[in-house]
Design a protein around this ligand. Structure first.
Ligand SMILES: Cc1cc2nc3c(=O)[nH]c(=O)nc-3n(C[C@H](O)[C@H](O)[C@H](O)COP(=O)(O)OP(=O)(O)OC[C@H]3O[C@@H](n4cnc5c(N)ncnc54)[C@H](O)[C@@H]3O)c2cc1C
Ligand code: SF4
Length: 564
């Protein structure tokens, strides 16, 4: 050990890096099973005191209106409005923790949280299952690789996770979007109901309540949602799923998990002779001191790019191109949904008298994939598919023209609208990748990532279709003033990055096996979306959590057997 590096006092059974969707579950399962777990989290502790979902903007210093002040420290993070005056200090300071891209391939790496719970503090909560249409897509259409597991392998873990998380949803019986263990559904708005009924009747497509991690019934001491609206600012009744007050809290309550906050993992420490991970070298973000911590097994759950950055930064003479990279695929096959097509329309028939202070439903609708499915012939223009997330609005006519009484009358005319945004699958391509940028380091001295990402033919054709189909469906639903769009997806800002340490049964073509264990180092695991073999159009987090629980069961078995 370097004499300048302090070692932590304890040695643990397992180190988990990252406390978000995956890390929370890893800690909960392993600590509740009796293992001594160290949870290394780069961010600060989260607390109910930080939640501001009921704080009106006029109580803030800048009324949540000073975007230019936010941009000074968070020019990337604040591009998405969940990083705002209420929440800004939950996010990285982009200047202190930079990343780079080639100038012709801009990529917005947003949603970089630095607080317990990670992205689950601010996520959109849409919770959808994958199916064998996803896991075995390569066998069906010949592109890419199948996942090394099937729907039946993960289904029991989806059940377990949904029951604990609490997912409001409606069963629809679709093979490509399997039903789950739902809490009672939140109601649809008028325009959502009209859209659902007409799109089904006229086009045979399914628009359902967006299955979402918001409670409609009490669960484990958490209260049902009271429809206040801005979940991304926290929730004092714990009615949406945030790992900070669910999985991580359970892990800490077990007495077996130690949360080490402000701990920025730099690299995995190796025992070269035994080819085993020995622990983690991290930087204390407060003192900037390097520290070492040791365990029998290491699990990276830092979010896909962050975990792979740690593996690349862990290169050593034995593994010169990064740990878990004997296949050479580490960093490659970056996938992140395209979401630059969609449409909107107004529904005059759904309008009633607008007013202030009404309940706000935090969940919209979801249009299930309808291209390249069981009931649709193979689509000629592109492989795979997309779904739409839809959001209703019901408001005053703020754009009313005129002055005086005429204006006052017009402004009261209600506006009921529905927006739908496509989320499309991106194919895994070698030339979408991340690497270390040797020229750029963060303020802790850790080399930063360079991200290379662009659209291929398949994505371009898909985005066009997303825009066109949005128009057709809104038309079928009887919407007025329909507007559609289908833009190039650069700069990409998916928030659903995956695939850069992919799973597979062939160690020559993949970094991880089906239990997210690295092929090269048996006590090193990566349990976030890095392992995804493909990036289905459904949102990833439910699958991240279910896979993580499955992999933890495997790890527990291996530890018990003494094979790790
Ligand atoms: C605005 C937004 C909306 C979203 N909406 C949805 C949605 O509707 N549905 C859906 O399925 N998904 C959604 N997502 C994505 C979802 O939040 C992520 O898929 C999920 O949280 C990823 O889990 P994770 O465990 O990989 O990472 P995270 O939840 O991000 O947690 C990673 C943690 O690791 C920590 N960390 C990072 N680097 C280090 C390091 N070097 N050392 C120590 N700790 C580190 C971070 O501080 C963070 O706390 C959304 C994301 C955002 C930002
Ligand atoms: S809308 Fe519901 S889940 Fe969201 S913050 Fe309010 S009570 Fe919590």
């Amino acid at each position: 050990m370097d004499p300048m590096v302090e070692s932590a006092e304890h040695s643990y059974d397992v180190i988990v890096v990252g406390s978000g969707a995956s890390g929370g579950w890893a800690c909960k399962r392993l600590a509740e099973a009796g293992l001594k777990v160290a949870l290394l989290e780069a961010g600060r502790p989260q607390s109910d005191k930080n939640f501001s979902e009921h704080t009106p903007p006029f109580e803030l210093k800048y009324r949540n209106l000073a975007a230019e002040i936010l941009r000074k420290t968070r020019p990337v993070q604040s591009k998405f409005d969940v990083c705002n005056e209420y929440t800004q200090d939950w996010f990285v300071n982009d200047l202190e923790e930079p990343y780079t891209t080639p100038s012709d391939k801009p990529f917005h790496w947003m949603g970089r949280l630095r607080i317990t719970g990670g992205r689950t503090n601010v996520w959109g909560r849409v919770s959808l299952r994958f199916s064998d249409w996803d896991f075995k897509a390569a066998s069906r259409d010949g592109y890419g690789e199948d996942w090394p597991l099937s729907y039946k392998d993960i289904a029991p873990y989806y059940d377990l996770v949904e029951k604990y998380v609490g997912v409001t949803g409606m069963a629809e019986g679709l093979e490509e979007l399997p039903d789950g263990q739902f809490q009672p559904p939140m109601p649809l708005t008028c325009q959502e109901s009209i859209f659902r009924n007409r799109v089904k009747e006229k086009m045979g497509r399914t628009a359902t309540l967006a299955r979402s991690a918001n409670l409609t019934k009490p669960l484990n001491g958490r209260g049902p949602c009271h429809y206040c609206g801005p979940c991304e600012r926290g929730c004092i009744t714990h009615s949406y799923f945030n790992s900070a007050f669910t999985t991580v809290a359970d892990a800490l309550n077990s007495g077996n998990c130690t949360l080490i906050s402000n701990a920025m993992a730099y690299k995995v420490l190796m025992d070269a002779e035994r080819n085993r991970a020995r622990g983690i070298l991290y930087i204390d973000r407060v003192t900037r001191a390097p520290r070492e911590i040791y365990a029998r097994a290491v699990i990276l759950c830092a979010q896909a790019q962050e975990s792979v950055r740690i593996l690349l930064n862990s290169a050593n003479p034995q593994y010169p191109s990064g740990l878990a990279n004997s296949s050479g695929v580490l960093g490659h096959y970056l996938m992140a949904h395209v979401r630059s097509g969609g449409g909107s329309g107004e529904f005059p028939a759904a309008a009633r008298k607008p007013s202030y202070g009404v309940p706000v439903k935090p969940v919209g609708i979801y249009v299930a994939r309808f291209r390249n499915t069981k009931d649709a012939p193979p689509f000629k223009k592109f492989l795979r598919g997309y779904g739409y997330e839809g959001e209703s609005s019901f408001d005053f006519n703020w754009n009313a023209p005129g002055f005086g009484q005429a204006y006052k009358d017009r402004i009261r005319e209600p506006r009921a609208a529905l927006d739908i945004t496509g989320f499309g699958e991106v194919l895994p391509r070698w030339d979408n990748f991340v690497e270390l940028d040797r020229e750029v380091k963060d303020i802790y001295g850790i080399p930063a990532l360079k991200i290379h990402m662009s659209d291929g033919e398949n994505e371009r054709a898909m985005i066009k279709d997303i825009g066109e189909s949005a128009g057709e469906m809104l038309e079928a639903a009887g919407a007025k003033n329909i507007k559609t769009y289908a833009n190039p997806s650069a700069p990409r800002w998916a928030l659903h990055e995956a695939g850069i340490a992919r799973m597979g049964s062939d160690p020559k073509k993949s970094a991880l096996n089906q239990f997210q264990q690295t092929h090269d180092i048996m006590n090193l695991f990566v349990m976030d979306a890095s392992g995804f073999t493909s990036n289905p159009c459904q949102n990833p987090t439910l699958t991240i959590m279910a896979l993580c629980v499955r992999s933890c069961e495997y790890l527990l078995g291996e530890l018990k057997r003494g094979s790790i």
